[in-house]
Design a protein around this ligand. Structure first.
Ligand code: ACO
Ligand code: LMR
Length: 244
């Protein structure tokens, strides 16, 4: 029989040995021809959100300190976490758990409050009930038009209605929209068992989408500052409250 030397690396995501590279066994041309991938829309919508957000701010300060592209990029990426852009996986986890346990929005939100945990995917620094996040609306429209089921996303909309009744800043944010939308994609595709979906959600892949997308904006901000020959950034004294 065949003698196979033990390998040092196992990889399941891509293979470049053939004539055409494959992603998870699917040839690249098939992906292009069939226009596969909801990921595209998330990447486009999350690529940037202006110079004032945490990530872009760090990147701009770093670029203006004369650092190189990679340093400026990672400086911005390092802000992605539970408050900023990195709440997608937790949103998927908590919303899935609440929906599957048939918790009403009231029961879900109030149980989180009791535990002292902010609902991931809810809340925004500048978006409000009367000034919704356009990205969330676009994602919802896309899902309602193309997905076989949007049960998790619609549940998140009900949760948002409840949180908005508590405070006007507690809107669904992009992390919440992407998290619940991917739950619907996984559950509606018919490709995964319940157990596999639980495993996928437990491991957590979705923050990666935000990281990937926002890298585009952060690279843009780095080059923008360099092109504009911006000097070293120093925060103005007037904007600091000095107390003893
Ligand atoms: N769930 C429950 N209550 C909340 C939430 C939430 N997600 N967000 C805010 N509140 C309430 C709390 O009562 C909070 O008081 P507390 O500090 O005693 O907990 C009160 O609103 C005031 O909150 P602020 O701190 O003023 O809200 P801020 O505007 O600073 O926070 C933020 C915005 C960080 C996004 C917050 O809403 C949050 O933590 N959300 C959950 C994490 C999340 O989804 N992050 C992704 C944001 S989108 C993005 O970054 C691309
Ligand atoms: C973003 O996409 O960066 C945001 O939603 C966060 C923000 O503060 O606008």
């Amino acid at each position: 029989g065949k003698v196979r030397a033990p390998t040092h690396i196992i990889s399941t995501i891509s293979d470049d040995r053939g004539e055409e590279p494959c992603y998870a066994g699917v040839p690249m041309s098939t992906i292009v021809e069939k226009g596969m991938g909801i990921g595209d829309i998330c990447v486009m919508l999350c690529a940037d959100h202006g110079p004032c957000v945490s990530g872009a701010h760090n990147t701009i300060v770093t670029a203006r300190a004369g650092k190189d592209l990679v340093s400026s990029l990672v400086s911005g990426l390092l802000t992605i976490g539970p408050r900023f852009g990195g709440a997608v996986d937790d949103a998927a986890r908590y919303f899935k758990d609440a929906y599957d346990r048939k918790l009403s929005p009231y029961e879900f939100v109030e149980s989180m409050k009791k535990k002292g945990i902010r609902v991931p995917g809810i809340g925004h620094r500048i978006k409000r009930g009367d000034n919704r996040d356009k990205r969330v609306e676009l994602l919802q429209l896309f899902a309602r038009t193309h997905f076989p089921s949007t049960k998790y996303m619609e549940y998140a909309v009900e949760v948002e209605a409840y949180t908005l009744s508590k405070a006007n800043n507690l809107v669904m944010n992009v992390d919440g929209a992407i998290g619940t939308l991917f739950l619907d994609l996984l559950a509606g595709s018919g490709m995964f068992t319940k157990q596999e979906i639980d495993e996928i959600v437990a491991i957590g892949y979705l923050n990666g989408l935000f990281v990937l997308a926002r890298s585009i904006g952060l690279i843009g901000h780095t080059f923008d500052q360099k092109r504009l020959k911006q000097p070293l950034y120093r925060h103005p004294w007037e904007d600091v409250l000095y107390t003893k």
